[in-house]
Design a protein around this ligand. Structure first.
Ligand code: SF4
Length: 439
């Protein structure tokens, strides 16, 4: 009964007024046929399980409002139903490939290629997973999609299941978004088909579960620790079977591509935040410039020019505010080694705020490191202390050299992409803002 461990803990915590006492742990261990230490090990990994009497914890930053709508947020429920039918008659994979759709969560991997790998696996059992564990600092677009057009996501999952031959799928929903669960369940029911079922699993407050293999471990009721890759989930994913795992926005694009394939126009949801007048989620054409996006968001709070801009989420690179004419498309950003990632764009008004942002990001990753490997666990804490010295203007060249060495050590010796993501903003500041580090 290992499969039921996390839902059992959730239920017991709920029944016990918000925490897991000795009795709940013991009962769960018996119910699931596991040792008490195994149950405690898993419960203590997740922030939402309380082993002491305490209130519900949350690390949600803020909930963003939708500001502008485009093809994705305007898509109609009836069109999603049509897309499901049309997809049975046409070569969807070729359409998706031609559309150039890439993952909208971080790595930007081509969607058609990912699906093709799983389709070509010679296994009877395959899975579709929607990663709705939106925990990246400065990102709130997946929540808006699930609020506005949940049917597009469900439809995208059904089409994926048809193509790869999956009978079961999961939506791994961020724990803080529990209020959306009922609405999504109703939509799942509405789109139900005989051959494919979708189950919602609530995350339990561990940021690392946004990483695809950690998410799969969590689905399997284990601590959400990333797996070594290869093998990749496309070959060995959930329960060791081929699994497509895509982000909410990626799935939401699929019915659009199917119904509008000739006129399909790529849009993206950008979460615009930082020192701007109107932070929020803006759906805009792919290729919009940073300057246009800033204008949409009402400009900078102090009516000045931005000093720095972080692109792609809390782990994105930070570029000079002079890059306002940069066009936000995969092709253009790739030229300067930047990923659009989650589509978050964070405008920073001055040098002090830039250092503060770097410290906040590092503190976040120190807290969210799963602790499996030393370079990530201890290296990030050391980096944070060195950046605090920069903030206090009490640093010298030795400190900057130590920062550079530590970044290299963490990048080369950590097990999963989170550690590399955690150091990316600081690395880009050293490169792009020599004045901040006194070089
Ligand atoms: S790099 Fe960090 S988050 Fe990734 S496995 Fe190692 S300790 Fe965990």
């Amino acid at each position: 009964m290992l499969v039921e461990l996390i839902p059992t803990l959730m239920e017991k915590q709920k029944q016990n007024g918000g925490y897991l006492g000795e009795k709940e742990i013991l009962d769960t261990a018996c119910d699931c046929n596991l040792s008490v230490s195994k149950v405690i090990g898993i419960a203590s990994f997740y922030e939402f399980f309380n082993l002491k009497k305490a209130g519900m914890q949350t690390h949600i930053e803020r909930i963003y409002e939708k500001k502008t709508k485009g093809n994705i947020l305007d898509f109609k429920r009836e069109d999603a139903k049509k897309a499901n039918e049309i997809a049975k008659e046409i070569d969807v994979l070729t359409l998706i490939e031609k559309s150039g759709l890439c993952g909208r969560s971080g790595s930007g991997f081509p969607t058609a290629k990912k699906w093709e790998i799983v389709r070509n696996e010679n296994e009877m059992e395959k899975y579709v997973v929607c990663n709705a564990d939106e925990g990246e600092p400065g990102t709130g677009k997946d929540r808006i999609i699930l609020e506005e057009v949940p049917y597009s996501v469900i439809c995208g999952m059904h089409i994926c299941a048809q193509i790869i031959g999956a009978k079961k799928g999961f939506i791994y929903l961020r724990g803080e978004y529990e209020d959306l669960k009922e609405k999504i369940e109703k939509t799942i029911e509405e789109f139900k088909s005989d051959g494919f079922e979708i189950i919602i699993r609530l995350g339990q407050g561990a940021y690392i579960c946004g990483e695809e293999t950690a998410l799969i471990e969590s689905l399997e009721n284990k601590r959400g620790e990333p797996r070594l890759k290869p093998p990749f989930p496309g070959n060995k994913g959930y329960l060791g079977k081929p699994t497509v795992i895509n982000n909410v926005e990626t799935f939401a694009n699929v019915p659009l591509i199917v119904t509008e394939h000739k006129s399909y126009e790529k849009t993206r949801l950008f979460t615009v935040c930082g020192d701007v007048m109107e932070p929020g989620v803006y759906e805009e054409k792919s290729g919009i410039s940073l300057e246009q996006l800033l204008i949409r968001a009402g400009g900078m709070e102090n009516h000045s020019k931005p000093y720095a801009i972080q692109i792609g989420g809390g782990s994105g690179n930070i570029v000079s505010g002079k890059f306002l004419d940069l066009k936000l498309s995969e092709e253009e950003t790739k030229k300067i080694n930047i990923r659009i990632g989650t589509g978050s764009v964070y405008f920073i008004s001055d040098k002090e705020k830039l250092i503060k942002t770097i410290l906040e990001r590092l503190s976040f990753y120190v807290k969210e490191s799963c602790g499996t490997c030393v370079p990530c666990r201890s290296g990030l804490s050391q980096l944070r202390m060195l950046v605090m010295k920069i903030e206090e203007k009490d640093f010298d060249n030795d400190d900057i050299n130590k920062i550079t060495e530590l970044i290299g050590y963490i990048e080369d010796n950590s097990r999963c992409p989170m550690a590399r993501a955690a150091v990316a903003p600081l690395k880009s500041v050293i490169k792009n803002f020599p004045e901040v580090v006194g070089l």
